[in-house]
Design a protein around this ligand. Structure first.
Ligand code: NI
Length: 174
């Protein structure tokens, strides 16, 4: 399987709203497999379909307990929805394959309940906390055009903005 092209900041699809998946066919399975291979090759810990230019509600996430959990396997979630969040929150410095070179502290709920479908279309649900819960929130945000930089404080945002400018300028140059 050929590695998929990861879209970076400035590509309109990263700000769009992805559409629900209603066909659970081989094409969908191939997309998920390609995303997993691309994520691993890029040393990512999660990936959403819009990041590879596909506006569908599909994400993959490593089921990591913490950031040092190197043996975590990827989970494919189709049409994922967060149905409940904990009051308790925690902060962690996030990055994104679509925003290379940029990172920032993001506060998110510690635990979430998620409903989703697997690649066969079977409805499932899970409760996720720790790094896995955070990755899922980050990836599900991508499906609605939301990026982690949207959560940064205004000071950190302006810092990130100058780097983002370079990113979009480079895009036009090369
Ligand atoms: Ni991301």
């Amino acid at each position: 399987m050929k590695q998929l092209d990861v879209k970076t900041y400035g590509e309109p699809i990263l700000r769009g709203s992805a559409t629900r998946v209603d066909r659970f066919d081989e094409e969908l399975a191939n997309l998920a497999q390609g995303m997993i291979e691309t994520m691993i090759a890029e040393r990512g810990i999660g990936l959403a379909a819009p990041q590879v230019g596909v506006g569908k509600r599909l994400v993959i996430a490593l089921q990591m307990k913490d950031i040092d959990d190197s043996g975590a396997s990827p989970l494919v979630l189709v049409n994922p929805e967060i149905t409940a969040v904990s009051k308790e929150t925690w902060s962690y410095e996030e990055g994104c394959l679509s925003l290379p070179g940029i990172s920032g502290d993001v506060i998110r709920p510690s635990e979430i309940d998620v409903t989703y479908q697997d690649l066969d279309g079977t409805k499932r649900q899970l409760t996720a906390d720790g790094m896995f819960g955070r990755i899922l929130q980050h990836e599900i945000d991508h499906l609605d055009g939301k990026l982690f930089i949207d959560y940064l404080s205004s000071a950190n945002k302006s810092l990130a903005k100058s780097k983002l400018k370079q990113l979009t300028q480079n895009k036009h140059l090369f």
